[in-house]
Write a protein that binds this ligand. Structure first.
Ligand SMILES: NC(=O)c1ccc[n+]([C@@H]2O[C@H](COP(=O)([O-])OP(=O)(O)OC[C@H]3O[C@@H](n4cnc5c(N)ncnc54)[C@H](O)[C@@H]3O)[C@@H](O)[C@H]2O)c1
Length: 353
């Protein structure tokens, strides 16, 4: 039996552990196949996991080439209360997709996942990401074990999305999570709204989120990896924003919030593992007003909106992008293992008056 203790002991005992540049003890990044050699043997409680007597040997063999679902998803009770703090928030070695990650909220959330140890791929329709992406990539490269990457993808194109997400999953032999964040906004009087603009908004804000979830779920199922998805909704999917004429945007965000519930229901037990059927969890994160390039564009066109929105919530200010980092990490990590079909509203109290 492989010793559990070896996983816990520091660099002096387990040479796979390294002291990183910030002086922290860093757990090794373990590719799926190697991970199995430690994690599966340490945590598996199924004595017949290796035998072929039930005629399901092919599946078991494939599963044994991947980290055990228990090792991936549940804190080891022995170390849960050890000196290693809040282990359930760690993302070491896991692989994530963040759409709309060339700038703004998507990039900020991607950065948080890398800091927690994830390998994060930002997908965006821009040919190249903004300079802030490269600055973030450079900063992270010197401090953390996770990595940040970029791929050009238009989320309206289901085939392109499928190909890119499949290639990423194949490279890592796994996919663990998605933040479906790509979105647009269009301010227009309802009475003037053009049919093409309605279709475009729904194609990106709803279609793009749905296709992203679909592509990622296919890979999670293929590689037997229970996963977690965060669909970026908005408080605008729950209420009408004071003074903002965005009827179709608001409807698209309501569609996102509703689709998370339906996907959570369909995917509650969808991933085959050696410990039975496991979920792809799906939740929505619904922010209030955030200072991002999208919102700056609103203020450039209608400056009076800034004060109106600040006064609209209980904290009397707009939020900053970094105030959503913790929520994204919570929703994508084992810390939220019993949460699915939910909508986490973070709006400074705007919808709670
Ligand atoms: N800023 C806010 O106050 C606020 C509030 C609630 C929700 N949101 C939501 O947060 C998300 C991010 O918004 P943001 O404020 O950072 O906006 P942003 O415009 O700064 O970023 C959106 C990103 O999505 C990308 N994108 C747009 N269409 C795409 C497509 N078809 N394919 C691939 N990428 C595409 C853009 O290129 C951009 O990089 C959006 O879904 C938005 O609706 C924003």
């Amino acid at each position: 039996m492989f010793s559990k203790a070896l996983l816990r002991f520091p660099a002096s005992i387990n040479p796979a552990y390294k002291i990183n540049q910030s002086g922290r003890l860093a757990a090794p990044i373990v590719p799926a196949a190697r991970y199995r050699a430690t994690a599966t043997r340490s945590f598996s409680t199924t004595p017949s996991a290796n035998d072929d007597t039930n005629g399901n040997g092919g599946l078991k063999k494939r599963l044994l080439q991947r980290p055990s679902a228990i090792a991936q998803r549940l804190p080891d009770p022995d170390v849960e209360h050890g000196p290693h703090r809040l282990r359930e928030f760690e993302l070491d070695g896991r692989v994530f997709i963040v759409t709309g990650g060339a700038q703004g909220l998507g990039l900020t959330l991607a950065e948080a996942l890398v800091e927690a140890g994830g390998h994060v791929y930002c997908l965006d329709r821009q040919e190249k990401p903004q300079q802030s992406f490269y600055d973030t990539q450079e900063r992270l490269a010197h401090r953390y074990e996770g990595t940040l990457h970029y791929r050009q993808v238009d989320v309206q194109c289901a085939k392109q999305l499928d190909d890119v997400v499949a290639a990423i999953a194949t490279e890592h032999q796994r996919l663990d999570g998605l933040i479906a964040n790509a979105g647009i906004q269009h301010v227009c009087d309802a009475i003037e709204y053009k049919p093409d603009d309605v279709m475009k908004m729904m194609a990106i804000n709803f279609g793009g989120v749905f296709f992203s979830a679909q592509s990622c779920a296919r890979q999670m199922i293929k590689y037997n990896i229970p996963g977690s998805m965060v669909l970026i909704g908005s408080m605008s999917g729950l209420i009408a924003n004071r003074g903002l004429r965005t009827v179709v945007y608001n409807a698209s965000k309501a569609a996102v919030i509703q689709s998370a519930r339906s996907l959570a229901m369909e995917w509650g037990k969808i991933v085959e593992t050696e410990d039975g059927m496991k979920p792809i969890r799906v939740n929505t994160l619904s922010p209030g007003n955030i200072m991002t390039p999208m919102v700056q564009a609103n203020f450039d066109e209608e400056p009076h909106l800034k004060k109106m929105w600040e006064d609209g919530n209980m904290l009397g200010r707009l939020s900053e992008m970094r105030e959503f980092r913790g929520a994204a990490l919570f929703l994508l990590s084992d810390a939220s293992s019993f949460m699915t079909g939910g909508n986490l509203v973070i709006d400074g109290g705007y919808t709670a008056w």
